[in-house]
Design a binder for this molecule. Structure first.
Ligand code: SAM
Length: 276
């Protein structure tokens, strides 16, 4: 068995490692270090700046949960904006909804999209969708521009270091608010409440200072440290914790179902208390 490992280092006392059999691709893009590796347990994995972004084996959990919770709790998600998400997994799930009329996607780093098309074709499967308008641009700049209005916005960003850092700020959330219709809804990936507690609490309080209703849900994604992963919704009108009347799930899922949708909003005490 190979004796090569990749390490995801978090603190001087905590790192995670995956055994790999092959480095399939490595490059330094204008924005980040990008690698694709073949792991022994998780299939191929995409790594950005040393942090695992997706693995073939568990990407479905993250992508189904970041996409279908907002897409199904909104009554009419016709116009959607995705910020980040260059691997294409969120787009793949959003594109399954027949209500979708147009989706704008804003990814800062074209190389992530190219790598995903080449190494993860089952994830990057919707870049040819006719409803897609793809922008290679900074999500921060895009949000300041004259776009939309959108019904649902999904912020599928990498961790809040490097180019993704400003995607966690109150100014950015205010700009997103202004891009939405009067019943719009945004969901952001908001890190591990246990391990990245400060980031998680900041996202919550920043969204609270902008949106009428803010709700948190979680899912466990084994390759994301540590414990449950959080998603935070800012909404102008609709609650996010159930499927909207008249909407139905667009085909077979591997993780998402209506019970999981509701149950994901039941928070353990340590998370609930962080939101008080
Ligand atoms: N699901 C993954 C996770 O949480 O680990 C991350 C998904 S995706 C790979 C994150 C994407 O956000 C990356 O492709 C990165 O290039 C993009 N990104 C980071 N900062 C951005 C910005 N300011 N504007 C647009 N996209 C950005």
């Amino acid at each position: 068995m190979s004796n090569f490992w990749i390490y995801e280092s978090h603190t001087p006392g905590y790192e995670v490692r995956w055994r790999i059999t092959n480095i399939l691709h490595q490059e330094t893009t204008p924005y980040q270090k990008l690698a694709v590796v073949e792991t022994t347990e998780w299939g191929k994995a995409l790594i950005l700046d040393g942090a695992l972004q997706i693995s073939e084996r568990d990407e479905f959990i993250y992508h189904e949960m970041i996409a279908h919770v907002p897409m199904l709790s909104h009554p009419q998600p016709n116009r959607v904006l995705i910020i980040g998400g260059g691997d294409g997994g969120t787009l793949r799930e959003v594109a399954r909804h027949p209500e979708l009329q147009s989706v704008d996607m804003v990814e800062i780093d074209e190389r992530v999209i190219e790598a995903s098309k080449r190494f993860f074709p089952q994830v990057a499967s919707s870049f040819t969708d006719k409803r897609l308008n793809l922008y290679i641009a900074d999500g921060i700049e895009f949000a300041r521009g004259n776009h939309g209005p959108y019904d649902v916005i999904i912020v599928d960003s990498s961790d809040p270091v490097g180019p993704a850092e400003p995607l966690f700020t109150v100014d950015f959330y205010r700009d997103l608010y202004n891009l939405m219709d009067e019943d719009g809804m945004v969901v952001v990936q908001s890190e591990s409440p246990l391990f990245f507690a400060d980031y998680f609490k900041n996202v919550y309080s920043n969204l609270k200072s902008v949106f009428q209703l803010v709700q948190v849900y979680t899912a466990t994604i084994p390759t994301y440290v540590s414990g449950p992963w959080s998603f935070t919704v800012g909404s102008k009108k609709h609650r996010a914790d159930g499927i909207a009347e008249g909407r139905s799930i667009p085909g077979p899922m591997k993780y998402y179902n209506s019970s999981i949708h509701k149950a994901a909003f039941a928070l353990p005490e340590y998370i609930r208390q962080m939101l008080e």
